[in-house]
Design a protein around this ligand. Structure first.
Ligand SMILES: Nc1nc2c(ncn2[C@@H]2O[C@H](COP(=O)(O)OP(=O)(O)OP(=O)(O)O)[C@@H](O)[C@H]2O)c(=O)[nH]1
Ligand SMILES: [Mg+2]
Length: 453
């Protein structure tokens, strides 16, 4: 355990008026310092994990500041593994800050964002994946994001990575024996029976995680979805219907939307970062033209495109042209205005029929989105993936290093070159759980936390 010589303080609850605020103090002098301003019992004598009733009193003026409940957690069984004291006071901003300032005057230091969690990590209570999961739990905006974060918080990411690292380490050890005692084993046999099967197995597992992580990222951050189509088909109406609000202007004049309109929409199981675009058509209007270019640009950046058509009109050359932009893209054809007489003929195409006017078909559309992006197995099943962008990058690096190892084996390179790539992969995986992590990485990571966490 690291011994930090200072005692830190943070307000753990939101800085707004509320029923209760929690001020958290951690460090070797946590109990002693709080005890100096607490009246009710002697906190230095109470048992660990107790809640103690009393008052916060300014020791110089003897003035009562608030009536409080004080929790005491003695090391190492606390959030940070240090002595931790949490003061539950009344939730007024003024009173909370007064207690906070009083404790700073008496010897605590204001914590930097994430410093409590950083201490938990540096003191060995949690690994990096768990530390990041704490932040992901706090910032989760939907059920799926929370599920993913709890997966990591329960240590499953850690055990997944640790298992793979152990496999690689066994290979590295075998190679080391071979290099030290060349007569001990035949290199070719070693490669075929020990190295190749393990590398292939680890590559497969990393690949699976990478694929699933992509979907997980979409579930966590929302699916970047663009609605495109000819003018007047009801794109803005669809955004408004999803949103239950008249955010985008809707008129029966084709070319109404000229700039991009964005909205975040929570469907039952997924979040859409929805973009309504200007209807795509050839136009002489300068402003509309820029809008159309933006629509085309949005198509290229999207995870998913909703290609909206008007069922009460025929499928035209313009629709055909829009469809040609969508080649190689992930898109769903959606036919709107189901309430009107249908004239469209979409033989040979899959589509979802909706009416924004009558609020029809939106559930089917959500189902189609989940199916199209293969999110089904993720929303229903146990998760075995990693959602954090930093971790995904390391997984990808490890995957590429092992691919390189395969290449050099195939090209007949010496075993120590193969060894180098396997070690590289092992190190990348280590960075995920915070082994071999540099101070810079840690500072950057923990600075993203809220104060008091
Ligand atoms: N009958 C019927 N009319 C609809 C439906 N959805 C939209 N409309 C009408 O279609 C017209 C065009 O709707 P918008 O949502 O502005 O269409 P848009 O695709 O955004 O049009 P641009 O912004 O010009 O590209 C409006 O008059 C809507 O009221 C529907 O489901 N049924
Ligand atoms: Mg519009």
């Amino acid at each position: 355990m690291n011994n930090f010589d200072d005692t830190i303080i943070g307000i753990a609850t939101a800085q707004s008026q509320s029923a209760i605020s929690i001020i958290r103090v951690s460090g070797i002098k946590a109990i002693e310092i709080v005890n100096k301003v607490f009246k009710g019992c002697n906190l230095t004598k109470v048992k660990s994990h107790t809640i103690n009733y009393g008052h916060i009193i300014d020791p110089t003026t003897k003035q009562i500041i608030d009536e409080v409940l004080v929790s005491v957690f003695r090391h190492p069984k606390s959030y940070t593994c240090e002595d931790v004291v949490e003061i539950n006071c009344h939730g007024g901003l003024f009173v909370t800050n007064q207690i906070y300032e009083l404790l700073v005057l008496n010897g605590t230091r204001p914590a930097t964002p994430g410093e409590f969690t950083k201490r938990a990590f540096l003191n060995g209570r949690i690994d990096l994946t768990k530390a990041e999961a704490v932040m992901d739990v706090i910032s989760a905006e939907n059920k799926e994001a929370l599920k993913i974060a709890s997966y990591a918080l329960n240590g499953k990411t850690n055990s997944f990575v640790t298992t793979l690292r152990q496999k690689l380490l066994d290979v590295i050890a075998n190679i080391a024996v071979n290099i030290d005692y060349p007569e001990y084993d035949d290199v070719e046999e070693l490669t075929n029976t020990q190295i190749l099967p393990v590398i292939n197995e680890v590559i497969d597992q990393l690949k699976k995680v990478l694929d699933e992580s992509l979907s997980a990222k979409m579930l966590k951050n929302g699916i970047n979805t663009v609605i495109v189509g000819k003018p007047n088909v009801g794109k803005s109406s669809l955004l408004n219907t999803f949103l239950n609000e008249q955010k985008a202007i809707v008129t029966d004049i084709p070319g109404t939307t000229r700039d991009i309109v964005e909205a975040q929409i929570q469907l039952k199981n997924v979040t859409l970062n929805l973009i309504d675009t200007a209807g795509i058509r050839k136009t002489a209007d300068v402003v509309e033209k820029i809008g159309v270019e933006k629509s085309l640009d949005a198509i290229n950046k999207a995870d998913l495109i909703i290609f909206l058509l008007d069922g009460s009109n025929k499928f035209t050359k313009e629709d055909e042209e829009i469809l040609s932009y969508l080649k190689d893209k992930t898109y769903i054809m959606v036919v709107n205005k189901a309430d009107l007489e249908q004239k469209i003929n979409l033989q040979g195409h899959d589509f979802v029929l909706i009416s924004t006017k009558e609020n029809q078909g939106l559930e089917e559309l959500e189902k189609a989105i989940i199916e199209k992006l293969h999110l089904n197995n993720i929303t229903n099943k146990d998760i075995t993936y990693i959602s954090n962008a930093r971790q995904i990058e390391k997984i990808n690096n490890a995957y590429l290093a092992l691919k390189d190892a395969l290449d050099v084996i195939n090209d007949g390179y010496q075993i120590d070159i193969v060894d180098m790539y396997i070690k590289k992969a092992w190190l990348y995986l280590g960075e995920i759980i915070g082994e071999a992590s540099t101070d810079n990485l840690l500072d950057e990571l923990f600075s993203k936390f809220c104060l008091g966490k």
